[in-house]
Design a protein around this ligand. Structure first.
Ligand code: WT7
Length: 644
């Protein structure tokens, strides 16, 4: 029997969505999407209200929602709240260093800052449709830069601050972006992240960038290139704090966000204006059951989709107050998250399983030291949560009384897709609950046949579009079609495996493609392999994931060296450095296993299944090895395995 946590009386009281409402809304959204969405469009403020709701097909792939609508996303996130109540708090900022004063930006101030930055970007030459690369620390100006792009109708591409210059350059080139917004440096756990220096190095590789706007934050010394770089604090005073919002078509692009897949370099997932915003808004209010005046804290970085949807677009379009935190969970002390919750009286807390596992290791005392009585709801996202971590979160952080929403979604889905709703669904530790309104999950077998009934597992597909769905891969629609709509014709393939249990609850079992999830960061094994093969000493590389207590998955790399190259600890360190240089520290392999050969079939295909088993330390059950060209290779790999 599964452990079940029923909806509590407290969670049910005043909820936006109880079980009956869920049943009605979910049912209508699938049976009569037109009527359902017509009932939701007034969540947004339109220049021209749409008459057409969904207009999509997946063969050929052409996805449009609210296509005749016109709006401006920044107006929806700022002007309408600033007009009603300019003093309402939009962002409370907590620095990396707890001694640094907080910043508090009202909706009126955030609107003024956004308009100023929109004017500064326009002075730099940014026009509607231009791509602007943003690589920023977790400071309010990150949100300001995104919203300033939205105001102008420019398309932002936020690049996580942990990526290497080479990775930044690749994204600038792919988006053909001629503008960058960055900061001198970010601060994380007391350490300086030299963002401007990274941008400079990226632009040495990729010189198409005409102008760089630099926010002064850490005070670090940086080089400024005359004619290209300008300081935000210098231009800020000279630009108007009003800026006319560009009226945008619902299907005009809003942003590009790069994410890894099973093949090749990261893809620029493209989201458009209205459907994305409506999905972020509706899921934010419903999933977190947000109540006016509450403080919402999502611990993700704005460089990932979670930060886009649940720090910026979802909460701000709902007029909510968000906490934005620059630092890390464990600095200066392991109780930092709980200290911040208590200091600001956070009501809703949304974080990743990997963070919970690392905090769990520190025991209960760091949590108990703080008054967490402001908390009303907890959430998790990014990877499957192991039931032990769920129970710890529930018991120690939630004092056994708070609902937990385990939200399954992806960069490509724009917002939450499956979750228990706090006022409607009993929760099971480790389960992602039920589909949100308009979400139609299904399970298929390897041949694409639907798996019916309950208590079954398979590959997770979605059978109908939803407004938050990504529309294409920037500059490569064919890749979009091949990645998501080709494995199972006419269906969207998520890349995840899942189980529908006896009660119809959904459990995500993890990726079934060559994507790994390391501390909630999504990486393609092919990407890490190509970084390793970029090293002059490497002949071949094969990368697989393995279960890791804290990170969820770790990275295990098998490497063969070119003839005549001698393996050594120094070379292994050098290979690790090469991956950091090419992608960033998040992709650094846990294990690099030098081997004279990789296990291959007689036709020369690397047998990854075997490599995975060895990396998982499950070499006792290698399965069928009869197609191996040389069984001795496997024996040597098992003998030399690094994850014991
Ligand atoms: C992949 C998407 C969603 C924003 C953060 C990650 C995994 C995500 C869950 C969850 C089990 C989850 C899936 C998915 N994933 N949330 N609650 N339970 N798995 O976005 O980087 O696009 O990664 O993360 O494998 O496909 P992303």
């Amino acid at each position: 029997m599964d452990d079940i946590y029923p909806v509590s009386a407290a969670a049910a009281a005043g909820t936006r969505c109880d079980a009956a409402t869920y049943a009605a809304m979910h049912g209508q959204a699938l049976a009569d999407p037109d009527t359902f969405w017509r009932g939701q469009v007034d969540r947004l403020q339109w220049v021209r209200k749409p008459r057409v709701m969904g207009n999509w097909r997946w063969d050929p792939v052409n996805i449009r929602w609210f296509e005749d609508g016109v709006l401006n996303v920044s107006v929806n996130c700022l002007d309408r709240w600033a007009a009603a109540d300019p003093e309402r708090l939009a962002i409370i900022w907590e620095a990396d260093d707890p001694a640094v004063p907080n910043r508090r930006l009202s909706y009126g101030e955030l609107l003024g800052e956004t308009c100023r930055m929109a004017n500064a970007l326009a002075d730099m030459g940014v026009r509607r449709g231009d791509r602007v690369t943003i690589t920023m620390p977790m400071i309010p100006e990150a949100a300001v830069a995104m919203l300033a792009c939205a105001r102008l109708g420019a398309v932002h591409s936020v690049v996580f601050g942990g990526f290497s210059p080479e990775a930044i350059a690749g994204r600038i080139a792919d988006a053909d972006s001629r503008f960058v917004v960055t900061a001198d440096a970010g601060m994380r756990g007391g350490k300086v992240v030299p963002l401007k220096a990274h941008v400079d190095a990226a632009l040495a590789i990729e010189p198409r960038v005409a102008a760089v706007l630099v926010v002064r934050h850490s005070g670090a010394e940086v080089a400024m290139v005359p004619g290209r770089d300008r300081w935000w604090h210098e231009v800020r005073g000279g630009v108007a704090k009003v800026s006319p919002p560009e009226p945008m078509g619902a299907e005009d692009p809003l942003f590009i966000l790069y994410t890894s897949g099973s093949t090749g370099k990261p893809k620029g997932v493209l989201h458009t204006q209205a459907g994305y915003l409506l999905w972020a808004n509706l899921t934010f209010e419903t999933v977190f059951d947000y109540r006016a005046g509450e403080l919402f804290w999502c611990t993700a970085d704005v460089g990932w989709v979670t930060g886009h949807s649940y720090i910026v677009y979802g909460p701000l379009s709902a007029g909510a107050t968000v906490l934005m935190f620059e630092g890390v969970p464990t600095w200066p002390e392991v109780d930092r998250f709980w200290a911040v919750v208590a200091k600001h009286k956070v009501n809703i807390f949304y974080t990743a399983p990997t963070a919970l596992r690392s905090l769990m290791r520190e025991g209960e005392a760091p949590v108990e030291r703080h008054d967490l009585s402001s908390l009303r709801l907890l959430g998790t996202v990014g990877e499957p949560i192991n039931p032990e971590a769920w129970r710890w979160y529930h018991r120690v952080v939630g004092k056994g009384r708070l609902p937990i929403v385990d939200t399954w979604w992806q960069t490509e889905t724009g917002g939450a897709m499956m979750t228990p709703l706090p006022g409607a669904h009993p929760a099971k530790p480790g389960a992602a609950g039920f589909p949100f309104f308009g979400v139609a999950p299904a399970l298929v077998d390897a041949d694409g046949r639907f798996i019916e009934g309950n208590d079954v597992s398979g590959n997770l597909v979605l059978t109908a579009s939803w407004p938050g769905q990504a529309r294409t891969v920037y500059g490569d629609h064919q890749r979009f079609v091949e990645t998501y709509f080709t494995a199972y014709h006419g269906l969207y393939f998520t890349g995840d495996g899942a189980r529908r249990d006896a009660d119809g609850q959904w459990w995500i079992t993890g990726r079934v493609d060559d994507v790994i999830n390391v501390s909630g960061h999504r990486l393609g094994t092919a990407e890490v392999e190509s970084a390793l093969v970029g090293h002059a000493a490497v002949a071949e590389a094969a990368v697989v994931g393995f279960p890791h207590d804290i990170k969820g998955q770790g990275i295990y790399a098998y490497v063969t060296l070119k003839a005549g190259v001698e393996g050594s600890d120094a070379l292994v360190a050098d290979l690790r450095a090469e991956v950091r240089r090419s992608i960033g520290p998040i992709a650094s392999p846990d294990h690099i296993h030098l081997t004279p050969a990789l296990p291959k079939t007689r036709s020369g295909k690397i047998m990854r299944r075997i490599l995975r088993k060895i990396a998982e330390n499950e070499h006792g059950s290698l399965g069928d090895v009869s197609t191996l060209a040389d069984p001795a290779v496997v024996e040597a790999l098992v003998a030399g395995r690094l994850n014991r």
